[in-house]
Design a protein around this ligand. Structure first.
Ligand code: NAD
Length: 326
């Protein structure tokens, strides 16, 4: 992580959604490197336990607030150099059940943050987009320029954000970088929510001796990426040159495995012989997903250091410690 030395030591970072899975991991890395970090989070899906260890650190400030509130956004951006905007309501099914709330948090919240970043002269606005913007385009691997018909309100919010971020660059000169995360995994990812992601759900069930449900036939595939690679992408985006502004990049490993294979890896790593239960496919889910990460390699010098198997090993260690019996 030698690139981290390119930040000025007195840099101030704002991490929205900093109590969530990805946000709290980014905050931890920034604090380990002695930067000043502010978090804005309303704890709708984030956990206090994720940021508990930081509360006693004098370089850390928590603003408990909502990015739907313009005033909160303005106050959060005061004196900030870099924004790493992770705050959002994730999950395709959640957005199908309640598109208004997903829109208000994800799109209006992002617009509020962009406006505040512009007004407060923030140097760089890095934000979480999503592979969901590829919609029904079946091409593999996914290249940034070829998106398809969107399949969910969640995808529409993320695509809207990319348009706004690009507009803010064009109209106001705000330096924005969008990161289309694929399937991220690692410590702090919530296994308990009804909208939880597949790896924490599988691990929670398997560690408790239960059979997880695989939706569909399990031959659908995903490009799973360990959290450390996503932290790298955020920090390198913050350091990226001005000519990168307004663009969005695929952030993943550039590989894919099926859910059946994932299940096999997890059961073998845990040393259990529980069989999965197969259920109906979920609406809005795509069959395959795999990123072409050459654009991020070229423009951001993104160079993911953690393989899938290394990431799974570290993730299992953390869930073993933190999840059994919960
Ligand atoms: N985890 C993934 O695989 C993945 C994939 C693609 C995109 N993303 C995106 O990455 C970002 C982070 O995702 P995550 O997996 O860490 O999710 P998460 O739910 O763990 O974190 C989101 C955080 O945002 C906070 N938040 C939600 N609404 C808010 C509001 N109105 N005001 C302030 N804070 C609010 C939540 O409390 C939570 O702490 C999101 O933008 C998500 O859409 C994640």
């Amino acid at each position: 992580m030698s690139y981290i030395r390119h930040f000025k030591p007195d840099s101030v970072f704002l991490v929205t959604g900093g109590a969530g899975f990805i946000g709290s991991n980014i905050v931890e890395k920034l604090l380990e490197n002695d930067f000043t970090v502010r978090v804005v989070d309303n704890f709708s899906t984030g956990k206090r336990s994720n940021i508990e260890p930081f509360l006693s650190n004098s370089s850390f400030t928590l603003i408990e607030g909502d990015i739907r509130d313009e005033k909160t956004c303005m106050e959060s951006c005061e004196g900030v150099d870099y924004i790493l905007h992770q705050g959002a309501l994730g999950s395709v099914p959640r957005s199908i059940e309640d598109p208004l709330t997903s829109h208000n948090v994800n799109s209006t919240g992002t617009l509020n943050m962009l406006w505040a970043a512009h007004k407060k002269n923030v140097r760089k606005f890095v934000y979480a987009s999503s592979s969901s913007v590829y919609g029904d385009n079946p091409d593999l691997p996914k290249v940034e320029e070829k998106t398809g018909m969107l399949l969910s309100p969640y995808a529409a919010t993320k695509m809207t954000n990319e348009h706004y971020a690009s507009l803010f660059h064009q109209l106001y000169g705000l330096e924005t970088v969008g990161l289309r995360y694929f399937n991220v995994f690692g410590k702090h990812q919530d296994p308990h929510s009804v909208y939880a992601a597949v790896i924490p759900i599988f691990l929670k069930k398997l560690l408790n001796g239960e059979s997880p449900v695989i939706h569909g036939n399990g031959e659908q595939s995903r490009d799973f990426t360990y959290i450390e690679n996503v932290i790298e992408a955020n920090l390198k985006s913050a350091l990226s040159p001005s000519n990168v502004s307004g663009m969005a990049f695929n952030i993943s490993l550039g590989d894919r495995i099926t859910l059946n294979k994932l299940y096999q890896v997890l059961t073998e790593s845990l040393g259990v012989t529980i069989k999965a239960t197969y259920g109906p496919p979920r609406p809005g889910d795509i069959m395959h997903s795999q990123a072409d990460i050459s654009k991020a390699r070229k423009y951001l010098q993104y160079d993911p250091q953690y393989s899938f198997s290394k990431g799974i090993e570290l993730t299992i260690d953390w869930y073993r410690e933190n999840l059994r019996g919960k």
